[in-house]
Ligand binder design. Structure first.
Ligand code: F0G
Length: 505
């Protein structure tokens, strides 16, 4: 089941394999764990072990909230059957998001202690600026408190009502910020990317035929093209280097700047290395360098591949645009050398951006997602294929095939995972993306009823993942009993976060 275009066996799942063995087959990857032996001729031989290990040891621990099923039943009812309303202490394995939920390294905590809290000209800012410039080659580096602030500042300087912003797929906050300014966000994924079963290596790619059509039709009305790496909306699917170059060429042809939503740039770089023919011998750092150098700027939520709990970045090459953005930054975030963050946050981010490109880390990171995917796949559990960079997406519609969309099969699965094992995932289906009926319009539903199990970085170990697999398997075996849910109370926007739900008897 190797996908077309996938280089070698790197991504071909072999369900008998462990974490370790998966790593061992990764083409071009160095062995994680090796011992030099010497043959009689004095030639060193590398011995590769099968077990993939977390490439860190743990010096600070955080107890998990271990609860009984009876306690979870009470908690979920109190939360009106919406896992967003659970107290985190009531959750055992929290896979709600990978955003700001990862563990910092000892070096990051040490960097925190030398943060310079000067209001203007902080040493920590200049350190971060130099790390980001080296990584991206982009001239102006503007810190923000998180990704959506960078998006808002960029778009408020760049967009006018009626403008069109094409992307492979806008993340929710990016789309919301575009639409808030009266502009139109257009998603241009290839059609196959919408099929959860299509096992293609780069389902995050922009459909360049569709992009050309938009650039021709909207000539003069497109202030920028956005490329989200990886595509979070579609399962953390990567964008290939070939596609990034093709988008760059189109942007040049039409004189439109290309921006990256680079929240998961390191994971995208790793998946390019693993999956794109001709890229396997390069380092993730080299690939990341090239990726950023194709763009005119970026927005980044540093809560993902920045390996920090809070932070964001806006990067811009154009001097006049950067100037405008800095003026807006002062209005809403703070002075340009701290932009809504403490000096210590800038230090931790500068360190995190270096650590995230460590190949032992990236290797383990992707292997852990792949490990869960392959074990569930072997049991026939329906999921979005192939596994992306940061999450496994269960197909709630297929789990609860007996439920109509109006009874929220994705939420039903999410709640069952919590009740069964204290695992918190997140519904990305009709509760998240559907719309209630209005006086004139009928209720709207999402195309797919997915449940995202998102992996915080450097936080859980393999035994947590084994436990997760066991919980999902149990719910899969008992899927016929998944109950439907109805909405008791909802807000007109972003209803998934606050809706009150009830099971249908
Ligand atoms: N872009 C992408 C691709 C994201 O995944 C996110 C956040 C943002 C932008 C916004 O960044 O949260 O720092 O303001 N994604 C989180 C998630 C919320 O759970 O996937 P932010």
């Amino acid at each position: 089941m190797t996908s077309p275009g996938v280089a070698g066996p790197a991504d071909a799942p072999d369900n008998s394999m462990t974490f370790a063995a998966l790593n061992a087959v990764h083409a071009g990857a160095k062995p994680l764990h090796s011992a030099a032996a010497t043959l009689g001729l004095g030639v060193p031989v590398e011995h590769t072990h099968r077990t993939i290990i977390e490439p860190f040891r743990i010096r600070a621990v955080e107890p998990l909230g271990i609860t009984t099923r009876a306690e979870r039943e009470v908690a979920l009812e109190r939360a009106s059957f919406n896992p967003f309303a659970l107290h985190a202490d009531e959750v055992l394995i929290d896979l709600l998001t990978d955003s700001g939920t990862g563990a910092m390294s000892a070096a990051q905590w040490a960097a925190i202690m030398i943060g310079d809290e000067s209001y203007a000209g902080s040493r920590s800012f200049y350190r971060l600026e130099s790390v980001v410039r080296e990584l991206t080659g982009i001239r102006h580096v503007i810190p923000t408190h998180q990704g959506r602030a960078a998006e808002h500042i960029l778009f408020s300087a760049l967009l006018k009502p009626g403008n069109v912003v094409p992307a492979n797929a806008h993340f929710d906050t990016t789309r919301a910020n575009v639409e808030f300014l009266g502009a139109i966000a257009v998603d241009l994924l290839r059609d196959e990317a919408m099929d959860p079963q299509a096992d293609l290596p780069f389902k995050g790619d922009v459909d360049v035929v569709k992009l050309r059509e938009v650039l021709v039709r909207e000539r003069g009305n497109v202030p920028c093209v956005m490329v989200t790496i990886t595509n979070n909306r579609g399962g953390g699917q990567p964008v290939s280097m070939g596609n990034l170059k093709a988008v760059r060429a189109l942007c040049d042809e039409f004189g439109v700047p290309m921006f990256l939503d680079a929240a998961r740039f390191a994971e995208n770089s790793w998946l390019i290395k693993m999956r794109e023919p001709g890229q396997g011998a390069r380092t993730a750092t080299e690939i990341a360098h090239e990726t950023f150098r194709l763009a005119d700027g970026f927005t980044i939520s540093a809560k993902k591949d920045g390996l920090v709990n809070i932070g964001g970045l806006l990067g811009i090459n154009n001097d006049a645009l950067a100037d405008l953005c800095r003026t807006r930054l002062i209005l809403t975030e703070g002075f340009p050398t701290y932009g809504g963050l403490a000096g210590r946050d800038l230090e931790a981010l500068a360190q995190g951006l270096k650590e995230v490109l460590d190949e032992d880390y990236l290797h383990y990171r992707h292997a852990s997602v792949r490990y869960v995917f392959d074990r569930l796949d072997a049991m026939g559990v329906p999921m979005m294929r192939p596994p992306g960079g940061h999450a496994v997406y269960l197909d709630g519609g297929a789990f609860a095939a007996h439920l109509p969309k109006s009874q929220f099969p994705g939420l039903s699965l999410t709640n069952a995972l919590y009740l069964e094992g204290g695992v918190r995932g997140v519904e990305v289906g009709s509760l998240m993306f559907g719309k209630p009926a209005t006086g004139t319009e009928p209720e709207e539903f999402a195309t797919l009823e997915l449940v995202r199990l998102t992996f915080p970085r450097r936080t859980y170990t393999q035994s947590h993942m084994d436990y997760l697999v066991e919980v999902v398997a149990h719910v899969w075996e008992n899927r016929a009993s998944l109950p439907g849910y109805r909405i008791v109370e909802q807000r007109p926007v972003l209803r998934a976060f606050t809706a009150k739900m009830a099971p249908i008897a």
